[in-house]
Design a protein around this ligand. Sequence first.
Ligand code: GLP
Length: 279
Amino acid sequence: MQESPLLHRRGIIACLGFMEVIIQPTDESAAALVARIVAHDLRANPHLVLGLATGKTMERVYRQLVRHHQDSGLDFSLCSTFNLDEYVGLFPSDVNSYRHYMDEHLFRRVNIEPRNTHLPNGLASNLDDECRRYEALIQRFGGVDLQLLGIGRAGHIGFNEPLSALRSRTRVKALTPTTLKQNASAFGGEEKVPRRAITMGVGTIIEARRCLLLATGSSKAEVTAQAVEGPITSMVTATALQLHPRCTVVVDEEAAAKLKEKDYYRWIFENEPEWEEYR
Ligand code: GLP
């Protein structure tokens, strides 16, 4: 049987297998680096399938990407996007929906085709069918090339709350009290935050060809150290990224505060040829 080009490509990358940590001085420079990696990959492949994340941390990345589009013509016209998650029960026009977030921060500010942007539909009458449809759609697009990720205070990626199976697929997930608290201010109170969301599973996320996680600020220091240097556990779903053959974690000094191997990470960024154009 002939090996598919996709498997072949994955095979090569898998041989390289590593997680890299890059420490930047500030939250701005960390976000700028993430945006430069996205811009680089998009220029190299205009048909890039980009996995997108939401949250405060990502706002800076999207601001930078908009700047790349305005200042140097970064072209989004052929790329497709898949967001990690969406709340159940919110209309796309709701200011707290992730569809609204993406329109505001990125989609309407760059030349992306709206029909190429995908988020799970949290209003679907049959949510399980919607989850299956979303998974199939990702497959139909050939899988995600580059997945952007933030990290929640509970250590989650997407809305993969503690005890999410590390092989889980897109599904409906009930949010933990920590997450409800973390997201309460946007809704004007914890009781107004939807209790459930549709999220790509951990298994879905780590199938992306490359993962790029951004964590900034002291509130993320503990959970970043757990995610990068702690044991792999479904209690902190970001630890599953350690299984990924090509994952880059970008942090600012504050989020890096509790990492044990900082000197090693700095040495790699300063010396490895892969990072030359980003230094
Ligand atoms: C939510 C999102 C996550 C995001 C996290 C962090 O839980 N579902 O994808 O990573 O928030 O958000 P922030 O960047 O605001 O800390």
